[in-house]
Design a protein around this ligand. Structure first.
Ligand SMILES: Cc1cc2nc3c(=O)[nH]c(=O)nc-3n(C[C@H](O)[C@H](O)[C@H](O)COP(=O)(O)O)c2cc1C
Length: 202
């Protein structure tokens, strides 16, 4: 499903077509596609080329990682996300080898994660990042050391019809997409919109 995205200026089709569904199909993700997602993430830029990202990958039916990740989800994420066939925990290594703090680690993991999300779209998949999980539990269950910070769990899979969802969740995938207007985001000074931005989103 291509969800209507009210863009104000032309953008890459991959960015326009990405959205975060909750109605995943249980169909497995092909291994080659999964590896392409991780490869896309690997080629993100990072401060000092430190590549502070790590991905803990859970594939349903393969080992126990998927179940452990599903067990870390919180709130309503527990209702829909375990239906996706793949869960990926993104982790930021927050210190350099020298022991100095890497202040850009979480920024760079965000960049790598967006690469992964866009590669999903390029592969005909969908994905949904979640901050709603228990990071302390993830640390304990997956052996993550103190120098690393669990960031998000990303559900990955093919889009389904959402018919397995409860009534209260079902409508969420039909909600229109929304963003703040560009005029609020692109600035000349902190309190002054950039004069290049003249249009309101169409
Ligand atoms: C770091 C992060 C944490 C998020 N946490 C959750 C979450 O716990 N549960 C959820 O349903 N969506 C979560 N989302 C998805 C956002 O709600 C979604 O990206 C946003 O509403 C914009 O919608 P779109 O991705 O469809 O464009 C998260 C997204 C990000 C980037």
């Amino acid at each position: 499903m291509v969800k209507y995205t009210p863009i104000a200026y032309p953008i890459s089709e991959l960015i326009e077509r990405r959205w975060s569904p909750i109605g995943f199909d249980s169909r497995p993700v092909e291994t080659e596609k999964l590896l392409s997602l991780l490869e896309a993430a690997r080629w993100a830029p990072s401060s000092r080329n430190e590549q502070p990202w790590r991905f803990i990958v859970g594939v349903r039916g393969q080992g126990d990682t998927f179940g452990l990740l599903a067990d870390c989800l919180t709130g309503r994420n527990r209702e829909w996300a375990p239906a996706a066939p793949v869960l990926v925990l993104t982790v930021a290594v927050t210190v350099f080898g020298s022991g100095k703090e890497n202040l850009h680690a979480t920024h760079d993991v965000g960049l790598a994660t967006e690469n992964l999300l866009l590669q999903c779209i390029a592969c005909g998949l969908h994905c949904h990042p979640m901050g709603g999980f228990d990071g302390a539990r993830a640390r304990a269950l997956l052996g993550i050391p103190k120098e690393a910070q669990p960031m998000a769990i990303v559900a990955v899979g093919y889009l389904g019809d959402g018919e397995h969802l409860s009534e209260s969740l079902y409508g969420r995938d039909q909600r229109p997409r929304s963003r703040k207007p560009l005029i609020e985001l692109a600035l000349e000074r902190w309190d002054k919109p950039h004069p290049l931005v003249v249009d309101e989103p169409r």
